[in-house]
Design a protein around this ligand. Structure first.
Ligand code: ARG
Length: 466
């Protein structure tokens, strides 16, 4: 970052009151240009809309407006070409652009800041940025959901053990398990859409905090910048960072989902589970142990969640003690959001790649699904349905059958009819129809249940919803 000493400092820009420049430490703690230069496009877009509105209301001349727009266009190309000199002395992106505009077009530049303050300006730039990021996140979640829908479709009949407490519970299908993630990321996407709707109000024109006496048209700038309408309270407008907090909350919940998935991928890809094989593209080897294939991408997704959650807590903590309206504390909002956004994008992209690429080891899933007495509930249900036992008694009888199988070191389906009848005389050979994992899974046809027929219905429902 070029930081020419010959350049104006922001103290000079606001003139008379300040006899000397800031101390070096003041400059360092005060400057945000190092990170808020990311907002240059939004800042320029906002200034163009503001200048256009000022001219249309006769607050500045058309001539000045044209000069301003032309100058801003030059600055945009300079920044994009990498030739713009950002200066820390000028604090932030707003002052950097305004100072350059003055160099380019002279006095007309000074008219741009009429009827606005950096307080509404930064609120605008940041909102525009968060809105675009949310739109991007929405698209990325749609891609992740699509990856899961494809895997679910291919695996609607793939039997695997379902777990509670990470102990084998009941057989489910891998397709059903994939659809659980579709629900989770679908909720994340709904939250994203809701947040876009929430923040879709334009802050510009709130000025420092009280509004302005100039005859501005906030509806016009709102429309030009793609917002639904202007915000309704100028004090709230410059002190509100809910849109950033909502972004971080949504990012944290989504990252938490990604992290749970990452954890499952780590577990499933161990040789002991062996449910999946990760593609080479999303794993690494060990520098010392030749046999290893490590799920690094999944582990890093799991870890990024820590950063994202940390950003949410950091910004909540920044905001919690602030009186209305603007305080400089709020400058600390951006790095949290930028960092969380970058981490979330990477995590979603990595996860989408892993899900698209992973190899499902159906044989291993099937074998594990049959172990651990996963169809014990089916036996109990059979006793209720066919032998008329109250569920509690059926539970007890089944417990005895499990104990016997455990003693013999076999599965429930391997017990003989005689052995089962010794436990309860009403058991008939029909019971063997429900002791297989396939039969167990196929029987769970309740709405949202794991039966392949039901899973296929849910896949079709989601396919119609993108
Ligand atoms: N750099 C500041 C921020 O990020 C811009 C707003 C400054 N406003 C002010 N009154 N000092 O919040």
């Amino acid at each position: 970052m070029a930081d020419g000493t010959d350049q104006k400092s922001s103290n000079q820009m606001w003139g008379g009151r300040f006899a000397s420049g800031p101390s070096a430490i003041m400059e360092e703690i005060n400057a945000s240009i190092g990170f808020d230069k990311k907002l240059y496009a939004q800042d320029i877009r906002g200034s163009m809309a503001h200048a256009t509105m000022l001219a249309s209301k006769g607050i500045i001349s058309t001539e000045d407006k044209d000069k301003i727009i032309e100058g801003l266009n030059t600055i945009l190309s300079e920044i994009e070409a990498g030739t713009f000199e950002f200066s820390r002395k000028l604090e932030d992106i707003h002052m950097n652009i305004e100072a350059r505009l003055a160099t380019l077009i002279g006095t007309a530049a000074g008219r741009l800041h009429t009827a606005r303050s950096r307080n509404d300006q930064v609120a605008l730039d940041f909102r525009l940025w968060v809105k675009e990021e949310l739109q991007k996140t929405e698209g990325m979640l749609t891609a992740l959901i699509a990856a899961f829908l494809d895997r679910a479709e291919e695996n609607a009949d793939t039997v695997m053990p379902g777990f509670t407490h990470l102990q084998t519970a009941q057989p489910v299908t891998f397709g059903h398990h994939c659809m659980a993630y579709v629900e989770m990321f679908g909720r994340d996407r709904a939250r994203v859409r809701h947040a876009i709707e929430h923040l879709d109000e334009s802050p510009i024109g709130a000025a420092a905090l009280a509004g302005t006496g100039y005859p501005i048209d906030r509806h016009m700038t709102a429309k030009a910048l793609g917002f639904r309408e202007p915000t309704r309270n100028s004090i709230d407008t410059v002190s509100d960072r809910d849109f950033a907090l909502e972004f971080l909350s949504i990012a944290s919940i989504c990252a938490t989902h990604l992290s749970r998935l990452a954890e499952e991928i780590v577990i499933w890809s161990t040789p002991q589970f062996g449910f999946i094989r990760l593609s080479d593209a999303f794993s690494t080897g060990s520098s010392i142990m030749p046999q290893k294939k490590n799920p690094d991408a999944a582990e890093l997704v799991r870890a990024k969640t820590g950063r994202i959650n940390g950003s949410l807590v950091a910004l909540l903590t920044v905001m919690k003690g602030l009186p209305l309206a603007y305080s400089k504390d709020m400058q600390e909002d951006k790095e949290q959001v930028f960092d969380a956004a970058e981490s979330l994008e990477l995590a979603i992209a990595a996860m989408t790649g892993m899900i698209r690429d992973l190899e499902v080891r159906k044989d291993r899933m099937r074998a594990a699904a049959g172990s651990g007495y996963s169809t014990a509930t089916d036996l109990a249900d059979w006793l209720v349905r066919e032998a008329g036992l109250p569920f509690r008694d059926a539970h007890h009888v089944t417990g005895n059958a499990v104990a016997l199988a455990e003693k013999k070191g076999c599965d429930l389906a391997d017990l003989s009819l005689e052995e089962l009848q010794a436990i309860h005389p009403d058991i008939t050979k029909g019971v063997f129809d429900v002791l297989s994992v396939e039969a167990s899974v196929a029987s769970r046809t309740s709405f949202g249940g794991t039966a392949p027929s039901e899973v296929k219905k849910q896949i079709a429902w989601w396919r119609g919803r993108n």
